[in-house]
Design a protein around this ligand. Structure first.
Ligand code: MF3
Ligand code: CO
Length: 260
């Protein structure tokens, strides 16, 4: 008999366990977000919470293009989109918007989630960006039902973002998740055109498949650059960026495993 393409039931509960640890960590980290805290302190706390739950930080040591990511969290501030690195020199400040992204491995299964939040009082423009980005995530999640396709998720996210005259980052996408942090399919936040359609196949979604859906949006143009540290992705035009992510099981209705 051929291997089932969908994950088996026992895998569900393992994903759920990883997701539960991750959710507790993110909810605790959220409470620590205030002016003056260093991003390295947040990282150390997240790592300690993950390890004391019998799990491992999924990002720490994760290799991208031959480089190892050295931290538990990605903390991306203001015009930084993703992969901002924690630092003892970087203190959060009133008025900033901060994305906290974290992955956890437990019993061989992964969960991945992120949210963006304001520190103290933020501008009405920043508030609106955060609201639209989170709404885009939920509209994408709504499409994660059996029989729909990857581009249905992409279209729902893109439509909402562009309706508000914001931009979807093209260089980074959501992804399948399970026994590895990043699995097929890629889940772009825009409907691919031209040669992008080959790179991001419009796969049909199957019941029980796990996806990390993660719109990354900017208040200005979609172009991004990578900082000299080799990791931090930031907007080329300096505009604010927001990132929200959940690990979701394809089902009707979709099952959201993570919380923040
Ligand atoms: N932020 C990425 C995601 O959500 C993973 C980051 S991997 C790291 O899929 F190595 F850069 F941390
Ligand atoms: Co992810």
């Amino acid at each position: 008999m051929a291997l089932l393409p969908t994950i088996v039931t026992s895998a569900w509960s393992k994903l759920e366990q990883a997701a539960r640890v991750l959710s507790e960590v993110l909810q605790r980290i959220r409470k620590e977000l205030r002016p003056g805290v260093t991003t390295l302190e947040l990282d150390a706390l997240a790592e300690e919470l993950i390890r004391s739950a019998g799990a491992e930080p999924a990002f720490k040591g994760y290799v991208v293009d031959g480089k190892r990511y050295p931290y538990t969290l990605c903390i991306s501030i203001n015009h930084e989109v993703v992969h901002g690195m924690p630092s003892a020199e970087r203190r959060l400040q009133e008025g900033e918007i901060v994305s906290i992204d974290c992955g956890v491995r437990k019993n061989g299964y992964y969960a991945d989630a992120a949210f963006t939040v304001g520190i103290g009082q933020i501008s009405p423009e920043a508030e609106q960006l955060l609201r639209v980005a989170e709404e885009a995530l939920w509209l994408g999640i709504e499409q994660a039902t059996p029989g729909r396709r990857v581009y249905d998720i992409a279209a729902a996210i893109q439509r909402h973002v562009e309706r508000h005259r914001y931009s979807v980052v093209r260089e980074l996408t959501g992804h399948g998740i399970g026994r590895r942090l990043h699995e097929a399919p890629s889940v772009p936040n825009f409907v691919p055109t031209g040669s992008w359609r080959w790179r991001f196949p419009n796969e049909r979604l199957r019941e029980g498949q796990a996806l990390a859906i993660e719109p990354m949006i900017t208040a200005g143009l979609p172009e991004v650059r990578v900082a000299p540290d080799g990791w931090t992705v930031y907007t080329a035009d300096g505009s604010l960026a927001a990132h929200f992510e959940h690990t979701v099981l394809v089902a009707n209705p979709p099952q959201v495993l993570t919380q923040w």
